[in-house]
Design a protein around this ligand. Structure first.
Ligand code: NI
Ligand code: MN
Length: 227
């Protein structure tokens, strides 16, 4: 399968027949190499309702008739916008035509920002654990380090997407510590450099990870690799 970065926490996972998109923040993202009107996908996985993750979910889902997979409350909200959705709750999963996906815990908040300081609580922040074509892929979402990550890796991990930007998620040190729990064959760092506040530097992450024997693939927006 092919993995492509669209910047921040947005990735396209292409299998033979399916195109899976994570956290499609494109409009307003200085990292986006593609617009919401160009993306093609059949499923969207939305980790939580913050702007930089919900992003263009509604527009992309409508144009592609893509199904959105999200936690229960976010799924209900998107369903009320007329989208085709699948709701999950932490620890639960579902078999879908591309494989299997499970909702994982994330230590983070999850409200929809309404402006003027108002927020609509929309359930929990989450990550996703995919099983696709025999490969196990963990997309952490926005999260702090937590030791139960080790439970997510008990069937082995071929790929992990981990935030490293600091301030709102793990920084490089905690993300490197997460690798000791997860031991993925390859790690793609995400959620850095999009704004000045996200100071985590992928070069520092690579250094810390490689000292401990872990393999990191830094993807520039628009870059792909085959898993
Ligand atoms: Ni967030
Ligand atoms: Mn975020």
């Amino acid at each position: 399968m092919r993995i492509t970065s669209y910047g921040h926490a947005c990735f396209l996972i292409e299998t033979g027949n399916h195109r899976l998109l994570t956290d499609p923040f494109l409009t307003g993202s200085p990292m986006a190499p593609i617009t919401k009107d160009e993306v093609r996908c059949s499923y969207i996985f939305c980790s939580h309702a913050h702007d930089d993750h919900l992003g263009d979910t509604v527009a992309i889902s409508r144009r592609n008739q893509a199904t959105v997979v999200a936690s229960y409350e976010l799924s209900e909200y998107l369903s009320s916008q007329g989208l085709d959705t699948i709701d999950l709750m932490t620890g639960g999963g579902i078999a879908l035509p591309f494989g299997h996906v499970r909702l994982t815990p994330a230590v983070h908040s999850a409200a929809l920002e309404l402006g003027e300081g108002r927020n609509l609580p929309l359930g929990i922040a989450s990550g996703f654990l995919f099983s696709i074509e025999g490969k196990q892929i963990y997309f952490a979402g926005d999260t702090a380090l937590f030791s139960d990550m080790r439970l997510l890796a008990r069937n082995g991990l071929d790929l992990a997407f981990l935030p490293i930007g600091d301030r709102y998620t793990m920084g490089v040190e905690d993300a490197a510590a997460a690798l000791e729990y997860l031991c993925p064959l390859v790690t793609v760092p995400m959620h850095y450099g999009t704004t000045k506040k996200l100071t985590g530097d992928p070069k520092d992450f690579v250094r810390l990870a490689e000292v401990a024997g872990h393999h990191v693939k830094v993807l520039e927006p628009g870059q792909s690799f085959d898993l």
